[in-house]
Design a protein around this ligand. Structure first.
Ligand code: AMP
Ligand code: MG
Length: 313
C-alpha cells in the first residue's frame, strides 16, 4: 500500500516570488539525479503504474531540504523564459494530466512563479461545449497552442479524449482508439512547424493519497470550492483510469513529445521534478538573445549628450 506522509506547506505567492528573484543559482547544491531521464517514458514502453512508487522523492527527505534547489530551478526558469520571450523563436507546451486531486493546479501555481506572466498562458479544459462536440476532438485545442516565444500550460488537454471519454464510453472504441495516432501527428506538427517543445506530465498519486486530499478539501474552507460529486464518481473507476493512462503513456510518448511520470504524493517533490525537467529542457534549446535592431553606438552618443545636458541644468 502506498501511504506516505504528505506536507501541505505553502508560501504566500508574493514571498515565494520575491525569494525566487533574489536567489542566485546555487553551486554545490544537493542536486537531484537527472529526473528528466529518470521519469521519461521511452516511446513504446509499457508502463506499469503499480511498479512506480508515488512517494518517491530521490535524495530529498523534506520540503525544507528541497527548497534551495526549488528556488534555484525557478530562478533559472525565470531567466530562460525571459530569453525565450525575447528571442521569439521557440515555444513550449506543458501538458498536465492526472487523476482528480493529483495536483495539476498546484503545479501551475508553482511553475508560473518562475515565469513572467507576459509570456505565459494557462488553459484549462473542461467538458466540451455543444459547439466543441460538433467538431473533431482537436478543434478546441488548436487555437491555444503557444505562439513563438510563449509558454502555454494545459491543465487537462486533448488527452481527456482518450481518458474520460474512453472510461465512460462517450464515443465507440473504434473512434477513441484512432486518436492516439492523430494526437501524435498533431504534436509532430507543432514541433516541425513551430519550434514547439512539448513536455507532458502525468502526475501520479496513490488511491489513499487521493482520499486524504479529498478529506482536506472537506475540512479546509479554503479548499471546499474544489469539491465535486464527480470526484467520488470518477474514483470508482480507478482501475479503468489506470488502464487508460498506461495505454496513453505507451502510445503517445514520442521522441518529439515525451511523457514524464511524476511521483506526486509529495507535493514539493512533484513541483521540484516538473520544474527541473522544464528548466533542463529550456537549457538545451540553444536560445540566443536577438541582435538589437538599433544602432547602439549612435544611441550611446545620444545618451551621453542627454547625461551632459542633465548635469548642466
Ligand atoms: P476539473 O478539471 O476538476 O475542473 O474538471 C473538469 C472535468 O471536465 C473533468 O471531470 C474532466 O474529465 C472533464 N473533461 C475534460 N475534457 C473532457 C472531454 N474531452 N470530454 C469529457 N469530459 C471532459
Ligand atoms: Mg476537479
Amino acid at each position: 500500500m502506498m501511504v506516505c506522509e504528505t506536507e501541505s506547506k505553502t508560501f504566500s505567492a508574493d514571498t515565494f516570488a520575491a525569494r525566487v528573484k533574489t536567489s542566485e543559482p546555487l553551486e554545490g547544491l544537493n542536486i537531484e539525479p537527472n529526473l528528466l531521464q529518470k521519469f521519461k517514458v521511452e516511446p513504446g514502453i509499457k508502463v506499469k503504474l503499480g511498479n512506480i512508487d508515488p512517494c518517491y522523492c530521490a535524495n530529498h527527505v523534506s520540503h525544507e531540504t528541497a527548497l534551495p534547489e526549488m528556488l534555484s530551478q525557478l530562478h533559472k526558469m525565470d531567466q530562460l523564459q525571459n530569453l525565450m520571450y525575447a528571442e521569439r523563436k521557440h515555444s513550449v507546451l506543458v501538458v498536465l494530466q492526472g487523476l482528480d486531486a493529483c495536483g495539476k493546479d498546484g503545479v501551475v501555481r508553482h511553475i508560473t512563479t518562475g515565469m513572467n506572466p507576459a509570456g505565459c498562458r494557462v488553459v484549462g479544459f473542461k467538458q466540451p461545449t455543444p459547439q466543441d462536440l460538433r467538431h473533431d476532438f482537436l478543434w478546441r485545442v488548436h487555437p491555444h497552442f503557444p505562439a513563438r516565444g510563449e509558454v502555454v500550460i494545459f491543465n487537462r488537454s486533448h488527452y481527456e479524449d482518450v481518458l474520460v471519454v474512453r472510461v465512460h464510453q462517450l464515443v465507440p472504441v473504434h473512434v477513441w482508439s484512432k486518436r492516439y495516432d492523430l494526437i501524435n501527428e498533431l504534436e509532430r506538427l507543432l514541433v516541425v512547424e513551430n519550434y514547439t517543445t512539448v513536455l507532458k506530465f502525468f502526475l501520479y498519486i496513490s488511491r489513499e493519497e487521493q482520499l486524504a486530499r479529498f478529506k482536506r478539501r472537506l475540512d479546509d474552507p479554503a479548499r471546499r470550492w474544489k469539491i465535486s460529486e464527480a470526484d467520488y464518481r470518477e474514483r470508482e473507476y480507478w482501475d479503468d483510469y489506470v488502464q487508460a493512462f498506461q495505454d496513453m503513456l505507451q502510445k503517445t510518448s514520442t521522441q518529439h513529445a515525451p511523457w514524464f511520470v511524476i511521483p506526486s504524493n509529495h507535493k514539493w517533490f512533484r513541483d521540484l521534478a516538473v520544474s527541473q525537467i522544464i528548466t533542463r529542457t529550456l537549457e538545451g534549446l540553444d536560445m540566443q538573445m536577438p541582435e538589437t535592431a538599433v544602432d547602439i553606438a549612435r544611441i550611446r552618443r545620444r545618451y551621453h549628450a542627454a547625461e551632459l545636458e542633465a548635469k548642466a541644468s
